[in-house]
Design a protein around this ligand. Structure first.
Ligand SMILES: Nc1ncnc2c1ncn2[C@@H]1O[C@H](COP(=O)(O)OP(=O)(O)OP(=O)(O)O)[C@@H](O)[C@H]1O
Ligand SMILES: [Mg+2]
Length: 510
């Protein structure tokens, strides 16, 4: 589907400033649609004939739509658009006429001319027409709320025709504006509340104001309610600005632990300031969640940092102990433990520096591989290489995966290239001793292989159950925490290959 700008450029002679104004309307007209209980269609005259092109459409969230199909891109001419032609050529709101039937939906048509004021504030030309079409099938005697909405809608429609609605945008307003259904308050020219919707009444109750809003001076009330006096004055000034005919930026009011977002709009049909419209939304929960997320994030990072510190302390203690034991086998076992603990610390270190519970894993693998290479016998240097990328992995996968890789890499170095291999011909084997870690993603799975070109698995090796603690850890983590599979086999051209497959999608047990 084409955008408003594309449609306008292709079919009309509208100037860029005109198109910008139409964009501003489409950005703010949900308000008018909701207050009108009507669909709004933005029509622009099509060059050279009596037809109109629909460039934008919005449906009311307060009432059923009059159009089940999308109208954008439709070009209509003839009697069907007579009301648009009148509004366009005479520059006045057209609202007489009998209901029109769309299939079995009766609808009332109205047409509001859209005027763009000149930069020096003159009335300017009519550049488009907004069709306001109400589905009448559910119409009934309007309630007080509906009457108030419709009156306000008529004021805004007149302002659309005057070129004073929508108001200019304030840059950097990221939170979506409060909507009609969130809470609506109407003020008269003196700033007193003449109507407050039930939701608005509830929002003010949360701020600590329990009585009826009607008759209240809203600016004074905001000043009184806000916990922070500066915020209160600021909120009051916003309302006073709207009463003067300006469009102030949105404001937040905090009181009694609750937060309310407010948007004040001037009401000045035909240029006469008759009051203001204030939309309010209780955003207490949104703000509470924002705050909770920020602290939760910082807390998690701090915990990772401490876990890393603790693991490094454990590794240091084991290293100390390893230096003191005389039995070589016991010393080797302790040193192995040091490496296991250190590899997990690496993951926590990385997590403590990232803002989410996921890590860029390649850097971790490279560091673990470098540490494993240092274990190699001095006369058989082993080259480490990584192919492909692990990408970003969630924390729970990363912690298990780093342990699995640590064991596989150590095995490749220790058992693939034992010192005796190099003894007869120093240098000859060393030149080609290589361990390759490769990773790639395929169909939501991570495929990892650890290859060495060493001497291969022992002849009596039991691929299913064989091994000591190292491979037990590998199998337990691969099939348990990682919910994947691991396979060890001899390579056709010599050496050993470990193949690990880890599913990346789907929930995993904690
Ligand atoms: N890449 C490899 N090349 C050759 N043999 C290997 C390789 N990987 C494992 N093996 C064989 O499998 C055995 C079991 O490995 P495992 O890691 O379970 O125990 P380990 O390395 O002997 O001791 P540790 O528990 O300290 O790791 C090894 O002793 C070795 O014989
Ligand atoms: Mg091992």
């Amino acid at each position: 589907m084409s955008t408003l700008r594309e449609l306008a450029e292709e079919h009309t002679q509208l100037r860029p400033a005109d198109v910008d104004h139409l964009h501003r309307i489409a950005g703010d007209w949900q308000l008018l649609s909701d207050l009108s209980f009507a669909d709004l269609l933005l029509w622009v005259p099509v060059d050279g004939d009596e037809s109109f092109l629909c460039v934008a459409q919005v449906r009311p969230t307060t009432a059923p739509t009059a159009y089940l199909d999308d109208q954008v891109g439709r070009i209509v001419g003839g009697p069907e658009v007579a009301h648009l032609t009148i509004a366009y050529s005479q520059g006045r709101i057209w609202r007489e006429g009998d209901p029109v039937w769309y299939g079995d939906v009766p609808a009332r048509h109205e047409a509001i001319p859209v005027r763009l004021r000149t930069t020096d504030g003159e009335a300017g030309e009519v550049i488009a027409v907004v069709g306001r079409d109400t589905n009448l099938s559910t119409a009934r005697t309007p309630s007080q709320l509906e009457l108030n909405y419709l009156t306000t809608a008529d004021d805004l429609a007149q302002m659309l025709a005057d070129g004073t609605f929508p108001p200019p945008r304030h840059p950097g307003e990221t939170t979506s504006a409060p909507r009609v259904g969130d809470g609506l308050v109407r003020l008269d020219a003196s700033g007193k509340v003449t109507y407050a919707s039930p939701n608005a009444q509830s929002a003010y109750r949360r701020l600590g104001f329990a009585s009826h809003l009607v008759g209240e001076d809203l600016a004074a009330l905001h000043r009184r309610l806000a916990t922070d006096p500066l915020e209160g004055t600021d909120a009051a000034n916003g309302i006073l600005a709207a009463l003067r005919g300006e469009a102030p930026p949105r404001r937040e009011i905090d009181a009694r632990g609750a937060t309310m977002l407010t948007r004040a709009l001037p009401l000045m049909p035909a240029g006469v300031p008759i009051g203001a419209l204030v939309l309010v939304r209780d955003i207490t929960e949104v703000r509470r969640r924002d705050r909770a997320l920020i602290t939760k994030d910082a807390t998690i990072r701090e915990i990772h940092h401490r876990v890393k510190n603790n693991l490094q302390t454990v590794a240091a203690l084991l290293r100390l102990q390893a230096r003191r034991v005389g039995i070589p086998a016991a010393r080797a076992a302790l040193e192995e433990s040091v490496r296991r603990v250190a590899s997990i610390a690496l993951v926590h270190e990385t997590l403590s520096m990232s803002s989410d519970e996921a890590v860029e894993f390649d850097g971790i693998v490279d560091r673990v591989a470098r540490a494993a290479a240092e274990v190699a016998a001095t006369d058989t240097p082993v080259r480490m290489r990584r192919e492909g990328s692990f990408g970003v992995l969630p924390a729970e996968i990363a912690t298990s995966l780093v342990m699995v890789l640590n064991e596989l890499l150590l095995n490749a170095v220790e058992h693939g290239f034992p010192p005796s291999d190099a003894a007869p011909e120093p240098g000859a084997v060393a030149a080609g001793a290589e361990v390759v870690v490769s990773a790639h993603r395929f169909r939501k799975q991570l495929h990892v292989t650890v290859d060495d070109n060493g001497r291969g698995l022992p002849a009596d090796f039991d691929a299913e159950r064989g091994g000591n603690l190292g491979l037990q850890i590998v199998r337990a983590l691969a099939t348990g925490e990682l919910r994947g599979s691991i396979e060890l086999r001899n390579r056709a051209d010599g050496g050993t290959e470990a193949v690990l497959v880890v599913p990346l999608a789907g929930p995993r047990p904690r």
